[in-house]
Design a binder for this molecule. Sequence first.
Ligand SMILES: [Mn+2]
Length: 424
Amino acid sequence: MGLPNQEAALEFLDELREGGKGVRVYTHNDADGLTSAAVLLTALSSMGIPARVRVLPTEGCLPGTDVGKGPSIVLDMGSGVLHLLEPESKILVIDHHEVRSEPPDGVVFVNPRLAGDDRETSASAVVYTLLRGLLKLEESEAPKPALVGAYGDNAVPLEGPRGTVATVERDGVEAGLVEVREPGYRAFGRATRPAKELISRLSGEDVAEELESRLGKEVLSKPLNELEAEEERDLISEHVRLDGEAERWIGRAHVLEDDRGAPELTDPDEAATVLNACGRHGGEAIGIALAMGKFLPVETARLYREEHRRAIREALEVAENVTEKKEGFIHVRGGDRIPHSVIGPVSQMLCEERDEVVVGTAKMGDVIKVSIRVPEGSDVDAGDAASEAAEAVGGTGGGHERAAGAEIPAGRLDDFLKELSKRL
Ligand SMILES: [Mn+2]
């Protein structure tokens, strides 16, 4: 059993782990997209794979990104633009939308619809079902975000979830993270609105007043999630007796365990609303971190630190072979062999090690990024040199006496170095 291409997807992740490098993740900016990322990041973190996440408003934006330039995972989108992805690139697409394109060779595509399964589901539930073997359930809270994503995408029918979402529910209940309320109200505000207010909205104030006089202020003043299951059951039977129409709001509801003191996070519907707001107003990172539950961001931060250390280590090895002596300084010609993200720290280390002025250069898109480091006790001013030499070749630069930087046009590197020699 399992999802279409499940094995290939898990192999993809194994290769990532063996490669020891990070992965690019692209996801949608709604609650389903953010929770999908949260579940994926939890799994990647347990495998020691750092991720760089980009949150996009639509899948139409995907081809315009750097997807596939390095190992990439696409979540909650992609089924419509597979044909626009670079063939033979390392891309894993995990989606649940209608398939309107063919994946090119090399792209691993996981979507339950490939198996003819178009039951309600969400990307979060598909990611969860795919990775549940990698998620340490007793440590992670992954069933919670997975269920929130499903609510966000309206993939939890009144009578209860099916398919992948049912798997999420089952694991969540087993791990004590999710409580099923059946019968339960399926109406917005279970976590934050007093029951009386919620019922007024459904059946009018008279019915709410009558229920209050029958069951007591105590019960009606609390939000549903703070009632015991029996209290909610009694409330429902009285309510339906007064207003038969209310049946249409009754079904299988879910209460999420949460000890963060934020009641809205105990209701998957309300939590999804919070995440949608984050995603639509620039709070994508906050939304993902929130969806990761009790997971500590510092664990992810440590992976980035490892990644940075590894990149510097590799760059220092490369630097040995691309270092050239110039008039007044040592040049590290990084080109595209040293990432521009670490040319600064690499120049700094070489400067300290050799006690000489070091100029590191690396390609950054269409320009060359320059880092100048001057050892202690030297009387040259790196900031002035960077600014003047860059200006002479049509670039920009500046900084401090001992550490400065510049960006110059790619074709002018040798002219720039000559200008620097006059000044260092
Ligand atoms: Mn979705």
